[in-house]
Design a protein around this ligand. Structure first.
Ligand code: HEC
Ligand code: HEC
Length: 163
């Protein structure tokens, strides 16, 4: 029997390669930040803006944010104690630095351990990724705010930020 080894080897190589690509995209190869899957968090933190991906900020930022929801960027976003506990737990356990995260999100990599920013848009990593966006683009009526991710990233709700 004449087994075409080369075909088998190439086939295996392709399988391993696509597996790697798939794993990379799922784990967050810079473009992918897992969206919120908890329906309560989705409802409570997605009412005024998109529910931001928890892996975009470290747990200490989410803790600080949850402690000041009554004064949340000029809005009152307070929650009852039970809901706040659930939301806070979810955000912290899916944060950029949460234990078990397969990959430390690129956006927070250069953030000092002592810093707990409340804005993703103030992270050095985020500012760096957006350095080529012009003032005119930020001021576009369809954008208005840097926080309005989905204006430019049409697939942000699904976790993909390629552009
Ligand atoms: C009542 C409305 C409201 C609710 C509810 C709300 N937010 Fe916000 N949030 C805002 C406003 C307003 C801003 C500032 C947006 C801007 O600057 O354009 C903001 C900004 C943010 C930002 C910073 C975005 C950036 O610029 O990087 C984060 C993170 C955030 N919210 C998380 C949350 C989380 C987590 C929850 C749920 C616990 C939540 N928000 C619920 C109104 C709300
Ligand atoms: C005005 C349009 C605009 C808005 C609003 C915007 N972005 Fe972006 N973003 C871009 C562009 C353009 C790039 C690509 C920059 C490059 O490749 O040079 C980018 C790149 C990124 C990347 C890097 C993707 C990669 O290639 O690794 C991430 C992550 C990201 N944005 C997240 C966000 C988040 C989160 C928000 C909201 C808090 C946001 N962006 C708001 C335009 C925008």
């Amino acid at each position: 029997m004449n087994i075409p080894y080369r075909l088998i080897v190439t086939g295996l190589g392709a399988l391993v390669f696509s597996g790697l690509l798939y794993g990379y995209a799922q784990a967050g190869g810079g473009h992918y930040y897992a969206p919120v899957t908890d329906t309560v968090v989705q409802e409570e933190c997605g009412a005024c803006h998109m529910a931001y991906a928890p892996a975009m900020l470290p747990a200490r930022s989410w803790q600080r944010m949850m402690a000041g929801l009554d004064q949340h960027f000029g809005d009152n976003a307070s929650l009852d104690a039970a809901t706040a506990a659930r939301v806070g737990n979810y955000l912290a356990s899916h944060a950029a630095d949460a234990p078990g995260q397969p990959y430390r999100a690129k956006l927070v990599r250069s953030l000092p351990e002592s810093a707990a920013p409340l804005r993703i848009t103030e992270l050095p990593g985020w500012v760096n990724k957006h350095r080529k966006v012009s003032a005119r683009e930020w001021a576009d009526p369809a954008v208005r705010s840097k926080s309005n991710c989905s204006a430019c990233h049409t697939t942000a709700q699904r976790g993909y930020y390629e552009d």
